[in-house]
Design a protein around this ligand. Structure first.
Ligand code: GLV
Ligand code: GLV
Length: 325
């Protein structure tokens, strides 16, 4: 008899095929987020849970099946899982880092261009049939080349964002808990405190994981430190930014604009945000390419397979549980 895996939403086909080689697969075929009781029903049935960043996996869910062997999250971020509760039970929790780094960095740049060069706004204008010819003062944006880029958090994604700045002759500031010699040596990046970064950058882009210490890292005080001509980009997690404060910042023009892929109360946006012309708002699609979502699926599958075969998963968040076994 094959071991059982519960997949909370359909993944790209190569991943589903790989899972089916090893597991009996139960998958939610409806294209929606499951309710907590639906997840519990699946967890009770399975040996391994393969979940998404939109599933909140708390201690109650984890404990609903004493025979659960582990959790494979289809995302690099794992703030949706109570990892401590899983660790207490000795369950490995796995994620999909690395494969989405370049794709997310690309999207960060796409958002920078979209907001600074008013791509979405002008596209809408054009489609509405309003274009009557070139104008000297028509839809002026701001340059990216030669400006100062402030990167909050230089893990894999923040570093990949920094590397792309070379071609645009940018000055790079970063804030992080650690000094990154390679970034400083290769890109002339300068480590500064977050307040200096906010005061001096023309573009501030956030690449920290969501944790208690990064929740509302950017709030009213921080937004007020930013230049009036600066833009905020967020492709990390919504709650890192206080969205009500950001709404005020956009409405009252404390900053020039924001480009967001993630939201504090996702999938909701705070009321008024969608009315801001000086915002570009994408629906958490920073890693959404065919190539990357397939690679994420395959890693999530290999993680799940390693869990059930009692091997070290390729990507594990809480490796301590392996030593315990
Ligand atoms: C996407 O947001 C991810 O964490 O993979
Ligand atoms: C996530 O992959 C990061 O380290 O930035």
């Amino acid at each position: 008899m094959k071991p059982k895996i519960f997949v909370t939403r359909k993944l790209p086909k190569p991943a589903m095929d790989r899972l089916a080689e090893v597991f009996e697969v139960m998958v939610n075929l409806e294209d929606r987020v499951l309710t907590k009781s639906e997840i519990i029903e699946g967890v009770k049935w399975c040996d391994v849970l393969l979940c998404l960043l939109t599933d909140t996996i708390d201690a109650e869910i984890i404990d609903s099946n004493p025979d659960l062997k582990g959790i494979s999250n289809y995302a690099v971020g794992y703030n949706n899982i109570d990892v401590d509760a899983a660790t207490k039970r000795g369950l490995p929790v796995c994620n999909t880092p690395g494969v989405l780094t370049e794709t997310t960095a690309d999207m960060t740049w796409a958002l920078m261009f979209a907001i600074a060069r008013r791509i979405v706004e002008t596209d809408k204008y054009n489609r509405a049939g309003k274009f009557r010819g070139w104008g000297p003062m028509f839809f002026l944006g701001n340059d990216i080349s030669g400006k100062t880029l402030g990167i909050v958090g230089v893990g894999r994604i923040g570093t990949a964002v920094a590397k792309r700045a070379i071609g645009f002759n940018m000055k790079i500031l970063y804030s992080d808990n650690h000094k990154h010699k390679e970034l400083e040596f290769n890109l002339n990046a300068e480590k500064v405190g977050i307040e200096t970064l906010l005061r001096e950058s023309d573009f501030v882009t956030i690449h920290v994981p969501l944790m208690p210490s990064t929740t509302h890292l950017i709030s009213e005080k921080e937004l007020k430190l930013m230049k009036k001509i600066a833009y905020l980009i967020n492709t990390s997690r919504g709650p890192v930014v206080d969205e009500h404060a950001l709404l005020l910042a956009l409405q009252e023009k404390w900053i020039a604009g924001a480009a967001l892929d993630v939201y504090e109360f996702e999938p909701e946006m705070v009321e008024g945000l969608s009315g801001c012309e000086n915002a570009v708002l994408t629906p958490h699609t920073a890693s959404a390419t065919v190539e990357t979502r397939t690679k994420m699926g395959l890693i999530a599958a290999e993680n799940a397979i390693a869990i059930i075969e009692n091997r070290r998963p390729p990507e594990i968040i809480n490796p301590d549980v392996l030593e315990v076994k």
